[in-house]
Design a binder for this molecule. Structure first.
Ligand code: ARG
Length: 582
């Protein structure tokens, strides 16, 4: 199925090819920049005219007169130096809108070519509790998987948690010494573990201050890698506790990751010697200071000297990159991925460039499997530095979310003191969590942004409260009219410009979602929903519903309902379930 924009692109491209004889000419259809320029505009004539040394306006005029409108285009006009403004047929829009209302699932059109897409996201290190630095990767990734699934792709989530490495020796050493100190008192260990962050801090303090403890910790790492059963049991206990913490956060955030999506670093342990062997067979390995490295021409340091990708240290230990190579092979060959998306901090971009290049060079990834780093920037505090507590500690994600819910509760209580307590709780939970998620998702993912409570909880602007309120308001209109037995009609008439503009925006939802499936920028979805709400408000102000005649009333109500469906679908793609009342 093609979207309106894709149909237009097809028609314009075909006509331009026929008229000009240039076989690779493109229509280049985009949204019109102003309503008087039509609904869409085609920019492809200019390049073709330049190529043929023809007058672009003349070529555009020929294209316009040859255009087969297919019931889609009402009229086309040449504009400026050779643009073509396209005005859509209003009846066609009305019919399409009514079709969407009858089958709301068609608001999104499945991808023309469904793929198997692996999405690596969230992926925290389990040595510590999730902190604010994990927010972005977790919710951007979750929104992307929702979008890809809605497009009909086969999505495989991979939570590539860090559960291996030297830190775990330190944690096991601390755990064992605690249970020895406390005379094997199980409860003491358990209660210590429940504060993972404190546990980590205590272990790290000892590691830095007590050489004997540090030696012990290092010995545990070796034992762990050798598969010592007691050591493994202690490690597993720690991992389980840490995962429980993560899952609590996922639950709070309505993030769709499950235990079964876990593919921890340790999962690849047994593959690592083989990775080294294959790299060596392909003559890609070089020894440097005792470590096994891959040097690729395209990666050089500031002084022009080649940069190594270290695969195995001189003591035999493996690194982050080694595991990622094994993971790529698994995703390409075992999971059969057509595309692998890594939703990871932008600061790891060199790591991914290198790992992708080594994987290609070594043939660890099928030629037709695409690897993409979906990078995101850092969440900053008001001081413009990475977000921290006043005392400079990292902020636990859990605490940030709890604070947001508390702030939302204060806000709701202030706005609506007469609400019942349980209603207040429900609303503030939704608003508080949605505010944090939305304020993050609405920023371009590649930039850093400054975390700010007051703007994210505002009822004005491109915020969660604004959108949730807009949705609840439509619901309340629908309810009120339903009480008077006025129901949405099956047909939609687009009589005035506000209705028509709203309907086009709704039909463009499918175009947007397809675009998001390609480039993975959820902020575009936020912007869309904000604009959609704005267009609805304009429609609602200028198009009376109750006072209109029966047919018009039913049509306007239908359009309101379709708007609500679209808003809800869009919010769901962001991982937000809207409220019926607010
Ligand atoms: N655990 C890593 C970190 O916290 C992120 C892992 C991302 N995924 C990957 N395949 N490297 O920085």
């Amino acid at each position: 199925m093609l979207t309106i924009k894709e149909c237009l692109e097809q028609i314009l491209t075909q006509t331009l090819v026929e008229i000009s004889g240039v076989s690779d000419a493109k229509g280049l259809v985009i949204y019109a920049s102003r309503p008087e320029f039509g609904d869409y505009q085609a920019n492809g004539v200019m390049a073709v005219a330049r190529q043929l040394r023809q007058n672009p306006r003349e070529l555009a005029t020929k294209v316009v007169s040859a255009l087969k409108t297919d019931g889609l285009i009402e009229r086309a006009e040449v504009a400026g130096p050779g643009f073509i403004n396209l005005f859509l047929n209003t009846q066609m829009l009305a019919t399409k809108a009514a079709d969407c209302l009858a089958a709301p699932e068609t608001l999104i059109l499945p991808a023309n070519r469904p793929q198997t897409i692996v999405v690596d996201y969230s992926s925290p290190n389990l040595a510590k509790e999730m902190h604010v630095g994990h927010l972005r990767g977790t919710i951007i990734g979750d929104s992307i998987v929702r979008i890809l699934e809605a497009l009909g792709h086969c999505v495989i989530r991979q939570n590539h948690v860090g559960d291996w490495g030297t830190q775990f020796g330190m944690l096991i050493a601390h755990m064992n010494s605690l249970s020895a100190d406390e005379g094997q008192n199980e409860n003491a260990v358990a209660s210590n573990l429940s504060d993972l962050e404190g546990f980590y801090r205590a272990a790290k303090q000892r590691f830095d201050a007590e050489p004997a403890f540090a030696d012990e910790a290092r010995a545990y790492v070796v034992k762990l890698q050798q598969g010592d059963p007691e050591c493994l049991a202690a490690w597993q206990r720690f991992i389980d506790e840490s995962l429980r913490h993560c899952e609590e956060v996922y639950e709070l955030l309505s993030v769709s990751l499950r235990r079964s999506d876990l593919r921890a670093e340790s999962f690849y342990n047994n593959d690592l010697p083989e990775i080294v062997k294959e790299l060596s067979n392909k003559e890609l390995l070089t020894e440097s200071d005792g470590a096994q490295c891959v040097f690729l021409e395209e990666f050089t340091g500031k002084d022009g000297s080649p940069l190594p990708v270290i695969i195995q240290k001189s003591d035999g230990g493996y690194l982050y990159a080694s595991t990622d190579l094994a993971a790529i092979r698994y995703r390409s060959d075992k999971l059969g991925a057509d595309r692998v998306l890594y939703v990871v901090d932008a600061r790891q971009s060199l790591h991914f460039q290198q790992v992708f290049a080594v994987a290609r060079a070594a043939g660890f990834v099928r030629q037709d499997c695409q690897l993409e780093h979906i990078a995101y920037g850092t969440m900053m505090g008001e001081d413009g530095k990475p977000f921290k507590t006043r005392s400079g500690d990292t902020v636990k994600l859990r605490e940030l979310l709890d604070e947001s819910v508390t702030r939302a509760l204060n806000l709701v209580t202030e706005k609506n003191p007469q609400l019942a307590d349980n209603e207040k709780q429900l609303i503030s939970r939704t608003v508080g969590i949605a505010a944090v998620k939305y304020s993050d998702l609405s920023k371009n993912r590649t930039s850093d942004y400054i975390f700010d409570w007051s703007s994210m909880l505002s009822f004005e602007g491109n915020t969660a409260p604004y959108l949730l309120y807009a949705y609840a308001r439509i619901q309340s209109v629908l309810r009120r009219l339903q009480e008077e037995s006025v129901v949405p009609g099956r047909t939609i008439d687009l009589l005035v410009p506000e209705e028509r503009t709203l309907a086009i925006k709704i039909l463009q939802f499918a175009e947007l979602v397809r675009q998001l499936g390609e480039d993975c920028y959820p902020n575009q979805l936020c912007l869309y929903l904000y604009e959609l709400s704005g267009l609805f408000m304009k429609f609602y102000e200028s198009c009376p519903i109750m006072k209109a005649g029966a047919d018009v009333r039913a049509s306007r109500l239908a359009l309101a309902q379709l708007t609500a469906e679209t808003l809800k679908k869009g919010l769901n793609l962001l991982g937000i379930e809207p409220l019926q009342r607010m």
